[in-house]
Design a protein around this ligand. Structure first.
Ligand SMILES: NC(=O)c1ccc[n+]([C@@H]2O[C@H](COP(=O)([O-])OP(=O)(O)OC[C@H]3O[C@@H](n4cnc5c(N)ncnc54)[C@H](O)[C@@H]3O)[C@@H](O)[C@H]2O)c1
Length: 388
């Protein structure tokens, strides 16, 4: 018997299946058009130049609308990527052509507010980092999505790389013996195109440290407590959209995490790192993440958002061997496309909202630790291990 269902019902069932609540009907029963998730992109600035090409090539995506308060940007990206509708305000976007998933690529400070509006309108959300401005706000958004039978996810997508999977499996297979310590770093001289990176709610932790924090917690498990020091190295910046501005958010950070069972790790990030690889990170061929244990050590080569190898040296094979030399098909901008595939097929992604919220709580706690000079206990956790 042919089991045809409506597109809306399909997406709703897909969502339930992703949430682990229901088995999907046979996918053969759908027409290819039914399987495409209708996507609206809000925020058509720098990062949209990476997301839109990826989304436009996905067999699971139909690009329906673009939106930007600078309307010209929405129009230009729509024209370039053949997107039929453009808006200059989220209210108009939500009342306009129907869609299933909002991809939020706006200023960090806008994420919480816009993500809430989308959920209230019955729309799934993929958000660039951070998912919300505070951990409390992010938790409320996750609760709201659950109440409404919707899903919300937040960048980064580092857990999708084959290098992450290799490292995770090596740790779990005991290749390093008892894991004791890890270090990660990411920095450059800071973006120039938008002031929000340096304003209240911006900062090097949610823009840069977020990748390393997601990788190390993803590999070593949820952190139990955090101690940190943060500072401002460059008190004034010249930005393309606002000219000279005072720097309010930290542009330099050192974060220590306790993962329990004796495992300690350290992340450093900042907007004052001379880095010959620049913002693009191209050509970075040295380790940026190192993990040590009693029987071996392991290093991720390249940045965790653009990795291309893992060096492993063990008690049984002391000479370092480089594994997973090709990152394909992983690219950092793939997060929203992965989520569309997930919504269309019912396959639960590795990216997890609770993980993104845990990282947000770490960032908030790092700042609290700097303010108070104390160690901050964390309350959040997430399903671990990430790669099973
Ligand atoms: N640029 C990158 O390389 C990069 C990489 C990864 C992640 N990110 C993240 O992506 C997000 C955007 O960064 P970006 O570099 O593209 O910034 P950007 O300033 O280039 O773009 C942001 C866009 O959002 C628009 N916008 C702001 N508020 C809006 C609102 N309320 N409604 C509609 N549009 C609104 C702005 O007009 C702007 O065009 C940030 O969270 C950033 O951390 C950026």
């Amino acid at each position: 018997m042919s089991h045809k269902i409506s597109r809306k019902e399909f997406i709703a069932r897909g969502t339930a299946a992703v949430a682990g609540a229901m088995v999907l009907p046979a996918v053969e029963a759908m027409t290819p058009a039914d399987k495409r998730i209708k996507v609206a992109v809000i925020g058509c600035g720098s990062v949209s130049n990476m997301y839109l090409p990826h989304l436009s090539k996905s067999p699971f995506v139909e690009l329906v609308s673009t939106c930007d308060i600078i309307f010209d940007r929405a129009k230009k990206q729509a024209e370039k990527f053949n997107v039929p509708n453009q808006y200059d305000h989220i209210d108009k976007l939500l009342k306009g052509a129907p869609f299933d998933l909002m991809v939020n690529l706006t200023n960090m400070q806008e994420h919480g507010r816009l993500n809430r509006q989308a959920l209230m309108a019955g729309i799934h959300v993929w958000s660039e980092k951070p998912m919300a401005n505070t951990y409390k706000e992010g938790k409320e958004l996750l609760d709201l999505s659950r109440q409404r039978g919707l899903r919300i996810w937040g960048a980064p997508a580092v857990v999708n790389s084959p290098q992450f999977a290799f490292m995770s499996q090596a740790i779990r297979a005991g290749k390093l013996g008892k894991v004791s310590s890890a270090h990660a770093h990411y920095g450059h001289l800071g973006p120039t195109w938008s002031a929000f990176f340096y304003e209240q709610g911006g900062g090097s932790l949610p823009d840069l440290g977020v990748y390393n924090l997601a990788t190390l917690t993803g590999l070593l498990g949820p952190a139990r407590s955090v101690m940190a020091m943060t500072s401002i190295v460059t008190p004034e910046r010249t930005t393309d959209n606002k000219g000279k501005i005072p720097v309010v958010a930290e542009d330099n950070a050192m974060v220590l995490m306790d993962h329990g069972n004796g495992v300690l790790s350290h992340v450093q990030c900042g907007f004052n790192y001379f880095d010959p690889y620049g913002h693009e990170g191209e050509g970075q061929d040295r380790p940026t993440i190192s993990i040590w244990g009693t029987h071996g050590n392991m290093a991720l080569i390249g940045y965790d958002w653009a990795p291309f190898g893992v060096d492993l040296s063990t008690h049984d094979h002391e000479q370092t061997v480089r594994y997973v030399k090709d990152a394909a098909p992983y690219v950092w901008e793939m997060g929203a496309s992965v989520i569309c595939e997930s919504l269309a097929t019912g396959k639960e992604p590795l990216i997890n909202a609770e993980h993104a919220l845990h990282v947000l709580e770490i960032i908030e706690s790092a700042r609290k630790s700097q303010e108070t000079g104390t160690r901050i206990a964390l309350t959040s956790t997430f399903p671990y291990p990430v790669v099973r």
